[in-house]
Design a protein around this ligand. Structure first.
Ligand SMILES: Cc1ncc(COP(=O)(O)O)c(C=O)c1O
Length: 404
């Protein structure tokens, strides 16, 4: 029996409306519903940083934004490997980019997913952090009884690493300690599969050193395991360049990784991967929202935490996104509204009181009903997390030609 994989809505970027600028989009469309404005050069620039600077292959973590126009831009910018963490993402990537390298990097999968990913979509790379999952992968793929199937599997043990350099930790759910990781690597070798290691330093990592520390931990595992790694994946976590957070340039992250790798002595044949989500897509998308009501220093807008603005609901999230405000001038022309700003409370469009941005946003004192607020740098974890709660589901994509 096949377990179903729901594809993301199909929306090829070729058919996408194009505008010279956000102001032109607003002028022509006067959108009342949220619009996702894509900036193709920003996707290209982000991919180029990784393709030029990362010492290995770069995958895109599809979960950061699975909207097809976005994934198409990432692919179009030269990224040919994908971290896919559900059967739906496997299906999306395989059907859209038949030659892409796919890595199923969720360490715990829905029952049957590893088997279907392997048999139907040709996936050979899987993450895991338990012997149970190893047995599941082997059983579902047939690698438990067929040694040639096992030999073609690369199995990445997810190592626990401290997440103290990142704003969002990803270490309390997945990842095992060095001794357990060493044992699991040996079990993988005994099963006839290729042993590999992976970790995730946490999302929006601000400290390049975190990668070096994590790689030193990989070295400890290898000392204990006494196996030769066949691949290594340093995960995602590379930061977005938002407001209100100080972030070193990406080159410092790549340098730290280079230094960590130098101490690992990997065999030359072993590929090194990274799997950024946020850093590849954050800059490429703005969410254009509209003010439905202003009441004193509170605005009601047409998108919120159940839609594209869910990162405004994260706890202890100092990140702020750059905003631009547009308004219809007296002559009907769309102009950017500037001037003295003040902090405003912002409610989303649903009837739920919880639908409020947890952090005030700075808006011009003169903001009013009908004005548009562009939330910039929201390519990561925005559309990916939107819900249809209360009948609101933003789903309009356009392209903007202007450089950012
Ligand atoms: C296994 C894995 N890889 C990559 C990513 C992408 O992380 P980021 O967007 O911080 O680069 C995540 C995020 O949840 C993840 O869980």
């Amino acid at each position: 029996m096949s377990i179903s994989a729901h594809a993301a809505p199909a929306r090829p970027s070729a058919a996408m409306p194009r505008f010279a600028s956000v102001a032109e989009l607003i002028d022509k469309e006067r959108p009342s519903l949220p619009v996702y404005a894509l900036f193709p050069p920003a996707f290209k620039a982000a991919a180029k940083h990784f393709l030029d600077g990362f010492p290995g292959e770069t995958m895109y973590a599809v979960k950061a934004n699975h909207a097809l126009p976005v994934v198409d831009h990432v692919h179009g910018a030269g990224i040919r490997h994908f971290d896919v963490a559900s059967l739906a993402e496997v299906k999306l990537a395989r059907e859209r980019y038949p030659d892409a390298g796919l890595h199923f990097m969720a360490p715990v999968r829905i029952r049957g997913a590893a088997g279907e990913a392997h048999k139907k979509y040709g996936v050979r790379n899987f993450a895991l952090d338990s012997e149970d999952e190893l047995n599941t992968i082997l059983r579902e793929t047939g690698g438990d009884t067929d040694k040639t199937i096992a030999a073609a599997l690369t199995l990445f043990v997810r190592l626990y690493v401290p997440a103290d350099g990142a704003l969002l930790e990803l270490s309390s759910k997945f990842g095992i300690g060095t001794t357990a990781a060493a044992q699991l690597l040996r079990k993988i070798v005994q099963a006839g599969a290729k042993p590999a290691l992976t970790f995730h330093v946490g999302s929006q990592c601000l400290h390049p050193k975190s990668y070096k520390t994590a790689l030193a931990r990989c070295a400890e595992v290898l000392q204990q395991a006494r196996v030769e790694l066949e691949a290594l994946d340093v995960g995602g976590g590379f930061p977005g360049y938002y407001l209100n957070v100080t972030v070193p340039p990406l080159t410092e992250f790549f340098d730290a990784i280079r230094e960590g790798l130098a101490d690992l002595n990997l065999p030359k044949r072993a590929p090194v991967y990274c799997e950024p989500g946020r850093a590849l897509v954050a800059d490429g998308l703005s969410v254009i929202t509209r003010v439905s009501l202003r009441r004193d220093y509170t605005v009601f807008i047409n998108d919120g935490i159940y839609g594209s603005l869910n990162e405004y609901a994260l706890q202890n999230w100092p990140v702020r996104y750059p905003l631009r405000i547009f308004s219809e001038g007296p002559d009907g022309k769309i102009v950017e509204k500037t001037g003295r700003v003040a902090p405003f409370k912002a409610f989303g469009p649903t009837c739920d009181t919880l639908d409020v941005l947890h952090y005030p946003i700075d808006l011009p004192e003169t903001i009013g009903v009908g004005d548009w607020i562009e939330f910039q740098k929201l390519g990561a974890y925005s559309c990916a997390l939107r819900t249809a709660f209360n009948g609101f589901y933003p789903d309009t994509f356009v392209e903007i030609v202007e450089a950012r």
